[in-house]
Design a protein around this ligand. Structure first.
Ligand code: GRF
Length: 210
């Protein structure tokens, strides 16, 4: 990704559909000075009663609601892209955004869309992943922050954090412990991308050596 001009902060566009705990963790990292040079430009929801949308409004952040239900993907995405552009967004962060992006959306922000997934990719892509992990019997799961490409849960990995699977776990308890790590991982990933000091070699996100 091109580095944002030093004269202004890296502007995030956060997309969510639900409770928005990852959004809130990012907002807290910014508020507490853990993401210097980063600001939230806009929070976009595709669901009217998303808790994350309400939380963003309470924080007095710019928000937008584009209800996706019943709309063609490309049409809905065109509205979202226009809003992100209008707010000069540099980096899009999917934070529990429960809608696949159109190829046009991905092309509009090449390697500038991050997603968080509650498993160690490439294991367990898709939905109900904590149950998938339990059913498979893995002893370690975790979370992955990755760039979004045309394939679901597939793009270049920026950060992963591991979480042990306990004998006593059910999908709920495992999800709760993974979520704690998600909140750390997302901030770490944004910081790495914001630094601009990286390069992508094949599928590998690596620190640039100057
Ligand atoms: C998280 O588990 C995230 O990994 C997944 O959706 C969930 C969103 O949680 N993509 P929240 O809305 O950020 O609390």
């Amino acid at each position: 990704m091109e580095e944002a001009p030093k004269s202004r902060p890296l502007r995030l566009g956060i997309l969510l559909s639900g409770r928005g705990s990852n959004f809130f963790a990012i907002a807290e990292s910014i508020r507490t000075g853990h993401l210097p040079g980063v600001e939230i430009a806009i929070v976009v929801s595709n669901v009217a009663d998303a808790g994350g949308l309400k939380a963003a409004q309470e924080l007095k952040l710019p928000t937008a609601l584009f209800i996706s239900q019943g709309r063609k993907r490309a049409e809905h995405d065109a509205d979202v892209i226009a809003s992100l552009r209008e707010h000069n967004v540099d980096l899009v962060c999917l934070a529990g955004y429960m809608r696949l992006l159109s190829p046009e959306f991905i092309a509009a922000f090449p390697n500038r869309i991050l997603n968080i997934h509650p498993a160690l990719l490439p294991a367990f892509p898709g939905l109900d992943v904590q149950q998938q992990a339990l059913d498979y019997g893995v002893k370690v799961s975790g979370c992955t922050v990755h760039f979004v490409d045309e394939q679901t849960d597939h793009g270049v990995i920026v950060v992963q954090r591991a979480v042990p699977v306990l004998d006593s776990d059910d999908a709920h308890s495992l999800a709760e412990r993974i979520l704690v790590e998600e909140h750390i991982a997302y901030t770490e990933a944004i910081a790495r991308v914001a630094s601009g000091e990286y390069e992508i070699r094949g599928r590998r996100f690596v620190k640039r050596v100057s």
